[in-house]
Design a protein around this ligand. Structure first.
Ligand code: DGT
Ligand code: CA
Ligand code: CA
Ligand code: ZN
Length: 575
């Protein structure tokens, strides 16, 4: 059983004992203290118990014989009699309900006794029906507060887009580094692995002064409130609505801590098994030999090296075969942001972008790109101000004119052509043939049967006019599912017709995503990592596309916009 669950159970016992009112204040406090100790523990309570038994548990801060026995029972059987009995008389979800601001154990108890509220669902209903304000001592104001707390809890319970969380993490880490208190401050967890969404942020620091370091951290303006503060782990809620864990680790074990907290969990479990097979022990403090002597700990690469493993970039650490590859020394150099020479998907004020062709070109140049494909929308995209054939002819004229005046960046003529309901393309052949390349996307009529959608897309890709398929599944993370089609058939058609797959870097798209990239690569496909910029400051999103491509194990040679422009143009269809 993990520390989190044990600590939740202890906390809940404390809550129930408090409202039951039969026990001393001391006993209540003892359970709460024990919960905090377990929650902030670096080592697993289970490991401590297996190693040193009850005595080991009793050595922990604030854990006496009784509670240690309870924890042992949980570890051994997955159950604790005391907890089960209490839970029977109070079948209330204390843990979740007390997470709502302003609701302590006592109020939760009253809500249960007087309104029968046992869960978040019950509470929501009671708020909607204005039953809370009728209770003595609650009133209209606290009903409103509870409503707000519910909304916040809901927004927190989901995962957050990497594109929203990562900039916040970077701001926090920069401040920790500038504080003069941290020797090192590094991002760990899913955000370091560039997962498209994150549950919480994880930051590791080494410092000579943990107390001051934590004071500094909890005072940052990005922080809404402190959820839990311990000597080595502090959890806060950020104003953007997710939690951030700060862990203070020793300089001498920094590498082992990074290895552990970058994760992911499955990767860690497998690496630990490899250590055990060698007769070693691996945890967040280091790699230890049979005699318990540390043989690697300060440096992450060293930890892997002593296990006979090549270093793996964090984006690969998902237990998808990277460990086997690493043991053979075959981890490749993955594509990097600095490999990207140009961008093949951008919009101007000729459709739904906000800036002129010249402005977008200047911004791309500032970002360090040497070419930019302009791909405005076609007429089917009415809301996006899509252009018809006649308008495109004029538009290309203008791109040529701007291009003549440019220095250090080259514009390419393209379009993001709608794949219409019947699989035809939204422009005439003559217009399509005037472009340097053609990007085609599905934007409308998303609710077709799987068979119809597959036929529609395969027909478009087989037209002989499509160079790149834009945001292939059209998903929006957290709000729209991928379109329903047989991806393998689509990839096959793309391969037969020389169509490149896009990785649209917009944080809510990241389309193709990591798993589909792996699948597309198996079909022998190439990729374009694009920004889909609608504004001059959107080129920044390319780093999320790169992160996703790396999670899909892509190399520089898999990505066509790492090519210089002359070589790139040879890859496109000619008419
Ligand atoms: P998230 O926060 O859900 O997006 O995903 P992660 O990967 O950031 O997970 P998190 O924050 O729960 O934990 C950070 C890392 O700590 C995780 O990637 C691996 C490590 N870790 C956490 N729990 C365990 C565990 O029970 N066993 C092992 N071996 N590692 C763990
Ligand atoms: Ca995390
Ligand atoms: Ca975490
Ligand atoms: Zn689009």
């Amino acid at each position: 059983m993990d520390n989190k669950r044990i600590s939740e159970i202890l906390e809940e016992i404390g809550d129930i004992l408090e409202v039951e009112g039969k026990r001393s204040r001391f006993e209540v406090l003892a359970y709460r203290k024990a919960a905090t100790t377990i929650e902030t523990l670096q080592e697993r309570a289970e490991d401590i118990y297996k190693k040193d038994g009850l005595d080991g548990l009793m050595e922990l801060q604030g854990i006496g014989k009784g509670i240690a026995g309870g924890i042992a029972e949980l570890i051994e059987t997955g159950h604790m009699k005391k907890y089960d009995t209490l839970k029977k008389s109070f079948p209330v979800d204390f843990n979740t309900l007390t997470r709502i601001q302003g609701l302590g154990a006592k109020k939760v108890y009253r809500l249960y006794k007087e309104l029968g509220i046992k869960s978040i669902e019950d509470l929501k209903k009671a708020v909607q029906e204005h039953r809370i304000m009728t209770l003595d001592g609650f009133g209209e104001k606290s009903e409103l507060e509870i409503g707000k707390g519910l909304a916040l809890l809901e927004s927190n319970s989901g995962r957050m887009l990497l594109g929203r969380a990562l900039p916040e993490a970077e701001k926090i880490i920069a401040q920790l580094r500038e504080s003069g208190l941290a020797e090192r401050a590094e991002l760990a967890g899913s955000a370091r692995r560039m997962r498209e969404t994150v549950g919480d942020l994880d930051i590791l620091v080494t410092t000579k002064n943990p107390e001051k370091m934590t004071d500094f951290f909890v005072s940052l303006k990005e922080i809404d409130r402190v959820i839990l503060r311990g000597p080595t782990k502090t959890t806060v809620l950020l104003k953007i609505g997710i939690n951030c864990d700060l862990r203070v680790v020793g300089t001498e074990s920094f590498g082992a801590a990074m290895q552990y907290f970058v994760g992911n969990k499955d990767h860690n479990v497998k690496v630990r098994e490899i250590a055990i097979k060698k007769g070693y022990k691996l945890n967040e403090y280091g790699l230890f030999d049979k005699k318990g002597k540390s043989i690697a700990a300060a440096d992450e690469k060293d930890v892997y090296a002593k296990l006979g493993m090549q270093y793996m970039p964090p984006e690969m650490r998902e237990n998808r075969g990277e460990i086997e590859l690493s043991l053979k020394g075959k981890i490749p150099r993955l594509v990097e942001l600095s490999d990207i020479k140009g961008d093949l998907h951008s919009h101007t004020d000729h459709s739904d972008g906000t800036y002129s062709i010249a402005d977008m070109a200047a911004a791309a140049k500032r970002y360090g790109l040497s070419y930019l494909g302009i791909t405005d929308h076609t007429k089917n995209e009415r809301i996006a101000n899509g252009m018809n054939d006649k308008q495109f002819v004029k538009h290309f004229d203008e791109i040529d004119k701007v291009n003549d005046r440019l220095d250090g960046i080259q514009l390419l003529k393209g379009a993001e052509i709608d794949i219409l309901k019947d699989g035809s393309l939204d422009l005439e052949r003559k217009t399509l043939e005037m472009m340097d390349y053609r990007l085609a996307s599905v934007h409308t009529n998303l609710k077709m049967t799987r068979k119809e959608m597959t036929e529609r897309v395969v027909k478009a890709l087989s037209s002989g006019y499509v160079d790149i398929m834009g945001h292939p599944t059209d998903r929006l993370i957290g709000s729209r599912d991928p379109i329903n089609m047989d991806l393998d058939k689509v990839f096959e058609a793309a391969h037969d017709n020389g169509v490149i797959m896009e990785i649209d870097s917009f944080p809510e798209r990241l389309d193709l995503g990591d798993e589909n990239i792996i699948r597309a690569k198996k079909h022998g496909l190439l990729f374009a990592i694009d920004s889909d910029s609608h504004s001059v400051d959107h080129f920044n999103v390319l780093k999320y596309g790169i992160g996703t491509a790396r999670r899909g194990w892509l190399l520089k040679e898999d990505v066509i916009n790492t090519l210089p422009v002359e070589r790139l143009l040879k890859r496109f269809k000619k008419f």
